[in-house]
Design a protein around this ligand. Structure first.
Ligand SMILES: CC(=O)SCCNC(=O)CCNC(=O)[C@H](O)C(C)(C)COP(=O)(O)OP(=O)(O)OC[C@H]1O[C@@H](n2cnc3c(N)ncnc32)[C@H](O)[C@@H]1OP(=O)(O)O
Ligand SMILES: O=C([O-])CC(=O)C(=O)O
Length: 373
């Protein structure tokens, strides 16, 4: 058998038209991420990822209306959230479970054809924002809110979370964050989604599995850990010693490094600038200064650069978002990419089933339990 490639580094496991990484350039269906981040609305990007083209005006209006009309949740989901809150369930665990639970209320969950897939994808994308916002409100003892017809997806999420319509500046920043997190070729959670649905299981199973993978601190869970690290450091004067200790102990520093980008993550510059602006506006500039100092030390001492999770942490923190909601918010965006890859996998499926090299014991004989030492 061929050599084992640890972590499947560099292995081409599928073809895709959804997104591509070439050097430091990330594109969604051929559009540079810079172009989309500067100009697009998240709804257009979702459409692009699912159809490999941008919508025309009418298609966009129709798609926005479909998202809006599917945002409402079955009230039984809120009852579940009360249980999760009472049990202090992490919101990412709650999201993983509730993505699965959504299928219980979808009478067309098992339908299997192209049209059904796109409609189901729309329902999932619509509801994921409501799930995260409602969970956050229920655990604060507040009523979940219904979306407002006149608001965009980004603005509706912030409205359903905070109970206030965001300012244009807040909406714009959050729209950019959603676009930047939407897809990333064959990252671990997307690969998980593709492996899962390659058995021709349903779409809810695919996004549930993917959410489980995103939750880990080596992937989407890193953004919450970045904020934990900044809180532990506390102030600028502790940065140097804290980071040096981590380096000496060979501990991972969250928000740094990347499997594919060795020269830097092209998304980080937007989040860095957003972090600079928003920490300044909210009187939390020290958090940004500490982040920049951490990045300088890690580049100098380890050649490590920030990934998408590093500056997003201070952006979300400064927007007043609770830290354990950072990864669920990543999921609100990334579900669009998972769904794009699931649609693509269904379109041209072959079960994903690689091999493993066996390195355990061989030739053993069964010994009755009474004779075992
Ligand atoms: C949205 C996202 O998923 S972005 C990634 C989010 N994850 C994180 O921020 C967690 C921290 N980062 C990491 O754990 C890693 O960099 C990963 C998981 C992102 C990539 O892992 P890999 O591709 O296996 O790392 P890679 O092979 O490039 O590592 C090379 C060396 O740098 C070290 N390294 C990589 N990242 C870090 C880090 N954040 N802190 C300290 N050392 C690191 C590795 O330990 C390894 O050292 P070694 O050669 O002495 O063993
Ligand atoms: O591609 C990866 O391995 C991780 C990543 O940056 C992402 O999922 O956005």
């Amino acid at each position: 058998m061929a050599d084992v490639i640890r972590g499947l580094e560099g292995v081409l496991a599928t073809e895709t038209k959804v997104s591509s990484i070439v050097g430091q350039q990330l594109t969604y269906a051929g559009y540079d991420i810079d172009d989309l981040t500067e100009n697009a609305k998240f709804e257009e990007v979702i459409f692009l990822l699912w159809h490999f083209r941008l919508p025309n005006e009418q298609e966009l209006e129709e798609f926005k209306a479909q998202l809006l009309e599917n945002m409402e949740l079955n009230p039984r989901i809120y009852e579940h959230f009360e249980d999760y809150a009472a049990d202090h369930v992490h919101p990412m665990t709650g999201l993983r479970t509730s993505l699965s639970y959504l299928a219980h209320f979808d009478p067309r969950a098992e339908e299997f054809n192209d049209e059904a897939h796109f409609n189901k994808a729309t329902r999932i994308q619509a509801k994921v924002a409501s799930l995260v916002a409602a969970f956050a409100r229920v655990r604060q003892g507040k009523e979940p809110l219904k979306p407002k017809a006149e608001l965009s997806y980004a603005a509706n999420f912030l409205y359903m979370l905070f109970g206030e319509v965001p300012t244009d500046v807040q909406e714009e920043a959050f729209n950019k964050a959603l676009i930047l997190h939407a897809d990333h070729e064959l990252n671990a959670s997307t690969f998980t989604a593709r492996v899962c649905v390659s058995t021709l299981t349903d779409m809810y199973s695919g996004v549930t599995a993917a959410a489980g993978a995103l939750k880990g601190p080596l992937h989407g869970g890193a953004n919450e850990q970045v904020m934990k690290m900044l809180s532990e450091i506390g102030s600028m004067e502790n940065v140097e010693s804290y980071i040096q200790k981590k380096i000496d102990n060979k501990e991972k520093i969250m928000g740094f490094g990347h499997r594919v980008y060795k020269e830097g993550d092209p998304r980080a510059k937007y989040l860095k600038e957003m972090s600079r602006r928003i920490t300044d506006e909210t009187g939390q500039k020290e958090l940004y200064d500490m982040s920049v100092r951490i990045a300088e030390i890690l580049e100098e001492k380890k050649g490590l650069l920030p990934n998408v999770d590093f500056y997003s942490a201070t952006v979300y923190h400064s927007m007043g978002i609770e830290h354990d909601l950072f990864t669920p918010i990543f999921a609100v965006s990334r579900v669009s990419g998972w769904l794009a890859h699931i649609l693509e996998q269904y379109e041209n499926n072959r079960i994903i089933r690689p091999r493993a090299e066996y390195v355990g014991e061989v030739g053993r004989k069964y010994v009755p339990v009474s004779e075992r030492k």
